[in-house]
Design a protein around this ligand. Structure first.
Ligand SMILES: C[S@@+](CC[C@H](N)C(=O)[O-])C[C@H]1O[C@@H](n2cnc3c(N)ncnc32)[C@H](O)[C@@H]1O
Length: 268
């Protein structure tokens, strides 16, 4: 479902409301800005992954490339950041343009179901809030397993629908938005991870952060509705407003979660 992000109105909404990080934040007090909380989420994930200077990281579904630049800069790793969205890859290259990190960060087209990289070529595989788009999460994780070296780590966060808690109407709306009928709950993710061969090292339940974050992005969207209405077609704006409001309700009701997983490929 990357076509969703290729729509220029959707691209504008995400970059204006979410900023350069298209993922949820982790909030300590709840009063933080979206920006402070999203950077905190990256930092917590990187710390859990125990990144070491010189390691090779593959980031899949890299959004606007902010995480790749951050990891290279703050942790001294080299990052291949990949995405299926050409619109976002163009933005990644533009934002990184001319920075000193060019030799340690590259942006490449790759579908996370079928990676164009050799076996055992990375120390860390990083996927932040993107597996939700995959109708075949086990295949994504098998690819992660293949490209990781023995002892390599998979670092995953995702916004995950508790499909067991959704009403039939809610489920239909989620399935229509993501174009798939096989939703996975947080517990299903654990099974997908171990079925792909990984050892699950850690699973953190960040549900409360999902609720806070969805409320904050909805409020920011609503604050700027009249500006967006001048910049994009009414249908795109209405559809997105409707689904963002719906996701905020689902998160407030504990039906939309945010979960973090750290997994390891056995050293062999
Ligand atoms: C919610 S955004 C998250 C972006 C980024 N990880 C971040 O945290 O800012 C979801 C991303 O998944 C990407 N995506 C969707 N389907 C994909 C696929 N089959 N392979 C690779 N990336 C995909 C989209 O292009 C988009 O960049």
């Amino acid at each position: 479902m990357s076509e969703h992000y290729e729509n220029s109105g959707v691209d504008r909404l995400y970059s204006a409301v979410w900023g350069e990080n298209i993922h949820y934040g982790v909030y300590e007090t709840g009063d933080e800005t979206i920006e402070t909380a999203t950077w905190a989420a990256k930092r917590l994930m990187a710390e859990a992954a125990r990144l070491r200077p010189g390691e090779r990281v593959l980031e899949v579904a890299c959004g606007y490339g902010a995480t790749a630049r951050y990891l290279a800069e703050a942790y001294g790793v080299s990052v291949v950041a990949s995405n299926i969205s050409e619109t976002q890859l163009a933005r990644c290259r533009e934002m990184a343009g001319g920075r000193a990190l060019d030799d340690r960060v590259s942006f490449e087209y790759a579908d996370f179901h079928d990676l164009p990289f050799p076996d055992e070529s990375f120390d860390v595989w990083w996927c932040q809030e993107s597996m939700v788009h995959s109708p075949d999460k086990e295949r994504v994780l098998r690819e992660a397993y293949r490209v990781l070296k023995p002892g390599g780590r998979a670092v995953i966060s995702d916004h995950i629908f508790w499909h067991e808690r959704l009403t039939p109407q809610e489920r239909a709306a989620v399935e229509a938005r993501y174009g798939m009928s096989n939703l996975s709950s947080p517990a299903d993710y654990e099974r997908h991870i171990t079925d792909a061969g990984f050892t699950l090292v850690e699973h953190r339940d960040w549900q409360r952060h999902a609720a806070l974050h969805r409320a904050k992005v909805l409020a920011r969207l609503e604050q700027h509705m009249s500006e967006f209405a001048r910049e994009m077609d009414a249908e795109t704006l209405e559809n997105n407003h409707r689904s963002w409001a719906h996701w905020a309700d689902l998160a407030a009701e504990g039906k939309l979660s945010l979960d973090f997983y750290l997994a390891e490929k056995p050293a062999g």
